[in-house]
Design a protein around this ligand. Structure first.
Ligand code: ZN
Length: 138
């Protein structure tokens, strides 16, 4: 595992803002769902109130392939929070659809991460009512 947690510590969790509702609902169902413009179809990740291409405020949520490649990463050798076991890596995955998403890799040690490594989404329940999309080697 490249991101492990100390179970005795509270794990900081992102707030589930209304703008991210489709993303978190998808994660709970084991699907990677991202925002898409309801007018021109442009993918919008991170979710935003207005399409960056056509400025429409019509939004939809749609599944993506969940496949991509490691675009970049950073390894933490000291944990910024007592709930995270260091070392661990935070990766930036470029999805097949072109958007980039920040996540962790599972079952890959930070020293084994390679630029362009093919990955696919997986889901990890890290707390009650909290599922995170993560990525594994494809
Ligand atoms: Zn648009």
């Amino acid at each position: 595992m490249s991101a492990e947690y100390y179970t005795g510590e509270p794990i900081p969790a992102p707030r589930k803002y209304l703008d991210f509702q489709g993303f978190w609902q998808g994660a709970d169902e084991g699907k990677l769902i991202l925002q898409r413009c309801g007018s021109c179809g442009t993918w919008c990740h991170i979710p935003q109130p207005m399409c960056p291409k056509c400025h429409s405020v019509e939004k939809t949520w749609a599944p993506v392939s969940g496949k991509g490649k490691v675009y970049s990463w950073v390894t933490y050798y000291e944990s910024p929070h007592p709930g995270f076991k260091a070392p661990y890596a935070v990766v930036l995955v470029e999805l097949e659809e072109g958007m980039r998403i920040v996540s962790n890799l599972v079952d890959v040690q930070p020293k084994d991460i390679k630029m362009g490594m093919p990955v696919e989404v997986t889901f990890e329940k890290i707390a009650e009512n909290f599922v995170l999309p993560k990525f594994k080697k494809a």
